[in-house]
Design a binder for this molecule. Structure first.
Ligand SMILES: Cc1cc2nc3c(=O)[nH]c(=O)nc-3n(C[C@H](O)[C@H](O)[C@H](O)COP(=O)(O)OP(=O)(O)OC[C@H]3O[C@@H](n4cnc5c(N)ncnc54)[C@H](O)[C@@H]3O)c2cc1C
Ligand code: SF4
Length: 523
C-alpha cells in the first residue's frame, strides 16, 4: 500500500486529495513564490496528526502544516512537494476559563471568531492581524502575528501559555502551564512561536485572555510634514499616554486612497490614526492631550470620536489601502518582498523618507504605511508582474531597504515572518544565531521533513525570486492573455489573500481550496 492510501485510512478518503486540481489550488499564498504539494490532507485530531507524522518520518516525506494560508512570505508553500496538512477544520474551542483568564483552542480556530465568542463575557484575545477574520490561531502562533494594537497589548507570543505539539517522528509533547507564571526549564512554548511549522505541528494552544476595555476612541490627524507627525507621536507616547494603536500612512499610500478620503492629498505628508482604550475618563483626557500635542506640531486637521460608525469611517482609508494597491495601474499588484521592517518607533519618519528616496532612485513605486506605535513599517512595492525589467528594478531597491533597516538597528520582519522571502537576508540580521537555529532544527527534525527549505535553515544560497510564481508568466506572457489583456489584468490583481473564503458558498460546503476564488485563481 502506498503512503497516500495509508493517509486515507487514517483520516478517511474524503479528507485526502491528490488530484492535480486540488494540489495546484494549494500552490500559492500572498508572496511571489509557489510550491505544489503531492497530496493535501485534512486532519481533525492530535492522534491523526501523530499517525500522519509517523508515516512521513518513516518515508521521509515533507509535511507542511497549514491554517488558512494567509502567509505573506511563502512560509506555507510546499516547495519540495509532500503533504500539506490542512488544519483549518480542527477548529474547536475546547475550554474558556473566565476565572483564570485562559482558553484552550484547537489550531484551526479563527482569531475573529474567538473574539466574537469572548466578547459576550467581556473578554478578548488581543492580537489582531489585518487577517483576523480568517487567520487561524495555529498560523498566528507559528508566525508570531500581531496587529495595530501590539503597541499596547503585544504580539501573539505574549499570549501563549502552552502548546500541544506533534514532533517530526509523531511523538506528542506538551509545553507551558495554565499557572500564571513558571520558571521551570527552557521556554519551549516560545521556541515554537514564529517557527513556521519547521519544528513541529501545533495541535492545541492555551491562550491568555484579557478583560475587554470598557471604552475606546479613535483620533485622526493629518500633517503637512512627515517629521512633525513623527515628533508628535514621540511626544504622545513619551508623555505617559498609553496608545492602543497608532497607524501611519505616507503620501504615496494616501494618493492610493485619495478617493476614499474624499480630499486632495497633494499637501499631506502623513496621516495618523491613534487609538486609546480603558476607563472613559482616562481615554477622554488622553484624546484631549493628544489633540493639544498635535496642534503644537501644526497638525492640518484633527478629529477624534468614540462613535463606532465615525470610527469605522476614520479607518476606511487604512482598511482600503491594501486592496487598492493592486489597482494603481492595470497589470500591477502589490509585491511583498521587503514589506515588513521593524525599527525603533522614533526612526519611522527617517525610514519612510529613506524608502521614498530609494523608490525615486530606482524608479519604482513604494507605498509605506504601518503601525508607527510599535515601529512596524510596511514598505510595499507595487509593480507590473508581467515585466522582467520591473522585477529586476526591484532587486537593488530591496537590498537598500534591507540595509536601511539594519542601519536603524531594526528587524527584517516585525510580524509577517521569514518563509522564503526573508531567507536571503536572515543571516544578515541573526549572524551566528542562525547556526544555533540550524542546530535546534537538526535536533528536533533530523530528517528535515517539517516544512523544509524555509528560513534558510538548510540552504545558504537563497534568492528573493526562488520558487518564483511569476516565472511562467515572464516566459509566456501571451499565455496569460487568453481572455485579452483587460481580463488578464483583473486576474493578475488577485493578491491570493484568501478573504474570499468568508462568503464563498462552494467553499463553505466543500472546504476545498479549489472551490474558492483564491484556489481558482491559482489554477
Ligand atoms: C490581507 C492580509 C493581511 C495581513 N495582515 C497581517 C497583520 O496585520 N499582522 C500579521 O502579523 N500578519 C498579517 N498577515 C499575515 C498572516 O495573516 C499571518 O501570518 C497569520 O498569522 C497566518 O495565519 P494562517 O492561519 O493563514 O497561517 P498559514 O498561512 O496557513 O501558515 C503560516 C505559517 O504557519 C505554519 N503553521 C500554520 N498552522 C500551523 C500549526 N498548527 N502548527 C505549526 N505550524 C503551523 C505554516 O506552515 C506556515 O509556515 C496578513 C495576511 C494577509 C493576507
Ligand atoms: S479573489 Fe480572493 S484571494 Fe483574490 S484578492 Fe479577492 S479575496 Fe483575495
Amino acid at each position: 500500500m502506498g503512503y497516500v492510501e495509508e493517509l486515507r485510512e487514517i483520516v478517511g478518503p474524503e479528507n485526502v486529495f491528490d488530484d492535480r486540481v486540488e494540489c495546484l489550488a494549494y500552490s500559492r499564498d500572498m508572496s511571489v513564490h509557489q510550491g505544489i504539494p503531492d497530496v493535501v490532507v485534512f486532519a481533525r485530531t492530535t492522534e491523526q496528526v501523530s499517525a500522519i507524522m509517523k508515516i512521513a518520518y518513516r518515508d521521509k516525506i515533507p509535511v507542511i502544516p497549514r491554517g488558512t494560508g494567509t502567509s505573506v512570505t511563502g512560509a506555507v508553500l510546499p516547495i519540495r512537494g509532500g503533504i500539506v496538512l490542512d488544519l483549518h477544520l480542527m477548529n474547536n474551542i475546547l475550554e474558556i476559563n473566565k476565572k483564570d483568564f485562559y482558553a484552550r483552542l484547537e489550531p484551526g480556530v479563527v482569531c475573529m471568531q474567538l473574539n466574537k465568542i469572548l466578547e459576550k463575557d467581556g473578554l478578548m484575545f488581543p492580537p489582531n492581524p489585518g487577517s483576523e477574520a480568517i487567520a487561524t490561531i495555529g498560523g498566528m502562533v507559528s508566525t508570531n502575528a500581531s496587529g495595530h494594537r501590539a503597541v499596547k497589548y503585544g504580539t501573539t507570543r505574549d499570549y501563549i501559555k502552552g502548546l500541544t505539539v506533534v514532533l517530526a517522528d509523531g511523538s506528542i509533547v506538551q509545553t507551558g502551564t495554565i499557572a500564571p507564571k513558571s520558571s521551570l526549564g527552557y521556554d519551549l512554548t516560545r521556541l515554537f512561536s514564529a517557527a513556521e511549522g519547521t519544528l513541529g505541528i501545533i495541535t492545541e494552544v492555551i491562550v491568555k485572555l484579557e478583560p475587554k476595555p470598557e471604552y475606546g476612541a479613535l483620533a485622526l490627524a493629518i500633517f503637512g510634514d512627515l517629521n512633525a507627525a513623527g515628533d508628535a507621536v514621540t511626544e504622545v507616547t513619551t508623555s505617559g499616554i498609553k496608545l492602543a494603536g497608532c497607524e501611519i500612512m505616507d503620501k504615496f499610500s494616501l494618493k492610493v486612497v485619495e478617493e476614499v478620503l474624499q480630499r486632495d492629498v497633494s499637501k499631506i505628508e502623513a496621516l495618523l490614526i491613534m487609538e486609546a482604550d480603558g476607563p472613559k475618563e482616562v481615554v477622554v483626557r488622553d484624546m484631549n492631550r493628544i489633540e493639544e500635542i498635535c496642534r503644537r506640531y501644526e497638525v492640518q486637521e484633527f478629529q477624534w470620536s468614540d462613535d463606532p460608525v465615525k470610527r469605522e469611517e476614520m479607518m476606511k482609508a487604512r482598511g482600503g489601502l491594501v486592496p487598492t494597491l493592486s489597482r494603481i495601474k492595470p497589470g500591477n499588484r502589490l509585491v511583498p518582498i521587503a514589506e515588513d521592517f521593524g525599527v525603533p518607533s522614533t526612526k519611522i519618519p527617517e525610514t519612510i523618507r529613506k524608502a521614498q528616496a530609494i523608490a525615486e532612485k530606482y524608479g519604482v513605486i513604494i507605498a509605506t504605511f504601518g503601525h508607527v506605535g510599535d515601529g512596524n513599517v510596511h514598505t510595499t512595492f507595487v509593480s507590473d508582474v508581467r515585466s522582467r525589467e520591473e522585477w529586476e528594478k526591484l532587486r537593488p531597491a530591496v537590498e537598500e531597504l534591507v540595509k536601511t533597516a539594519m542601519e536603524m538597528k531594526g528587524t527584517l520582519s516585525a510580524e509577517h515572518g521569514t518563509g522564503l522571502t526573508r531567507a536571503p537576508h536572515i543571516g544578515l540580521q541573526l549572524g551566528p544565531a542562525l547556526e544555533i537555529m540550524r542546530k535546534v532544527k537538526k535536533a528536533l527534525d533530523p530528517e528535515n521533513i517539517l516544512n523544509p527549505g524555509k528560513m534558510a535553515l538548510d540552504e545558504d544560497k537563497a534568492d528573493i525570486y526562488d520558487y518564483f510564481a511569476f516565472q511562467p508568466l515572464l516566459e509566456n506572457p501571451e499565455g496569460a492573455r487568453s481572455l485579452g489583456e483587460e481580463a488578464d489584468n483583473e486576474v493578475l490583481a488577485c493578491i491570493h489573500c484568501g478573504f474570499c473564503r468568508l462568503g464563498c458558498p462552494t467553499f463553505s460546503v466543500t472546504h476545498r481550496e479549489s472551490r474558492n476564488a483564491r484556489g481558482r485563481n491559482a489554477l
